[in-house]
Each structure stands twice: as C-alpha cells, then as structure tokens.
Design a protein around this ligand. Structure first.
Ligand SMILES: [Zn+2]
Ligand SMILES: [Zn+2]
Length: 264
C-alpha cells in the first residue's frame, strides 16, 4: 500500500485536531475503565461489548488520522492534460496552475484540490476527491462511537451503579459522576454534530454536489443521474461495499462510463 502523507501547517488546525483527539482519548480511556471493564469483571456484560467498543474506537481514530494526513487531491506541478479533456480544464488565478473544473483553491492549504468539498479545521486538512471517503468514514465511526458511549453513560448512570459492590469512597463516586457527565456532554455534541454533517455529506454525494458548490449555488446542472451505489462506489473507489467501511486501504479512482458526464 503506497501512502502519501500530507501535513497542513496551520496552528489553528492543529488546535482543533488536538481537541478532537482529546475527546477521543478521554472516552477511550474513561469508558472502559469506569464502565466496561469493572462490569465485565463482575460478569454483568459479555466480553464482546468490550471488544466492540475498542474496535469502534480503533476504526474512529484510524479514519481521523488517515483523513487528516491523506493527500486530498493536490494537483501535479506540471499536469499532462489529455487533448480530449482540454476544454474541461481551467487556470487557477491564485497559484497560476491548470486544474480540472470543480477543483478549488484552498487558501488555508495554499494550493488547488481536485473536486474539493471543503476545508475542515477539525481534521486540519482539505476534504477533496482523494480523501472524501475517509472523511465519510470518520463521520460514520464518530456517530457509532459517540452513540455507544452515550448508551453506556446512560446505563452506568441508571442501571449499573447500584450493581457495583459498594466499597467505593464517597469522593470516588462523585468524581466518577462528574467524569460521566463530561462524557455525556461530549457524546451529545459529537453525535448531534456528526449526524447532521453525515446527512449533508451523503445528500451532497447522491446529488453529485460538493459543499462549496452548494454554498455558491453553482451546482445547477452538475449532477448526473446515477444510483446511490454508483455514487458511493465512485467516492470510495470500489464497488465492494464491505471495503467502504475499512480505513486501512488505499483508494484507486473508478473510471466509470458515466464519469464523463459528471466531471465537468
Ligand atoms: Zn490554485
Ligand atoms: Zn485546505
């Protein structure tokens, strides 16, 4: 697997990305320690629940790291433009380079990105043609992990607490309740934010419209008629649906017959 790492030098982006990593780390350390492992040890829950939590956490952080370090679709310095495609290319007046239509110049990254969706400060990277699939995975796994965390927080608060043998200091109980509330607060924000983002991303992909095009109302006539499977297969670079959920792979663009209708 050939990986091209891509790092954006932006202190604000580093700050936002650190906050996201902090939320992930907090819950990944706290939820198993306080909720899952003690109840597993006392036989209240099966080991599969613990494994599922760590698996969701691993997939979530893998999608985050890969989305933030993947090349979003930077253009080559001296691109070879096929003769038949010349009319679909244009000159960027900021970096003075030829680029395919639907590319955009990102002022934060300082270069053009093919089929750029938007620049996301939370991953400190652009979301473009080559890492859009990783961004979708990140939205999906963040929803799964935050919903799982919220359910466990709720169960701990209402059902599990009386089951635990009462040998804890009063301070520890108060301390844990405070940690639980912080976890709930983070879970609600992450789940609410990611659900609406995921919905708008999916509707954009199905309509073949990027976030930038939606905001600038320049999407009229861009969308080509295609099934949801075809639209998502193009974004994920494979028709194998099980691979849509795996961040541990590289993406190869699909050259579908209908692509010529939608590239301009
Ligand atoms: Zn440019
Ligand atoms: Zn950018």
């Amino acid at each position: 697997m050939k990986l091209r790492l891509h790092f954006v030098v932006d202190p604000m982006g580093w700050f936002c990305l650190s906050m996201v990593l902090f939320v992930w780390l907090y819950n990944t350390l706290f939820i198993p320690k306080l909720v899952l492992l003690p109840h597993y040890a006392e036989g209240h829950i099966p080991g599969a629940l613990v494994v599922c939590y760590y698996l969701a956490s691993l997939l979530c952080v893998s999608a985050l790291i890969r989305a933030s370090t993947a090349d979003p679709g930077r253009l080559a310095q001296d691109p070879k433009i096929p003769l038949a495609e010349r009319e679909h290319w244009e000159l960027c007046n900021k970096c003075n380079m030829m680029r395919p239509k639907r590319s955009h110049h990102c002022s934060r990254c300082g270069h053009c990105v093919r089929r750029m969706d938007h620049h996301c400060p939370w991953i400190n990277n652009c979301v473009g043609e080559d890492n859009h699939w990783l961004f979708l995975q990140l939205c999906f796994y963040t929803q799964v992990l935050s919903l799982y965390t919220l359910v466990l927080d709720f169960c701990q608060y209402y059902y599990f607490q009386p089951l635990v043998s009462v040998d804890q200091e009063l301070f520890a109980v108060h301390h844990e309740l405070a940690l639980l509330r912080v976890s709930c607060f983070m879970g609600l924000i992450m789940f609410g934010g990611m659900s609406s983002l995921f919905y708008s991303q999916i509707t954009g992909i199905l309509a073949d419209t990027t976030t930038i095009e939606k905001m600038s109302h320049s999407s009229d006539g861009i969308g080509a008629r295609r099934s949801w499977q075809q639209s998502l297969a193009e974004v994920f670079g494979t028709r194998w649906k099980v691979l849509w959920f795996l961040p541990f792979r590289s993406r190869r663009p699909l050259h579908l017959d209908y692509a010529s209708n939608s590239h301009v």
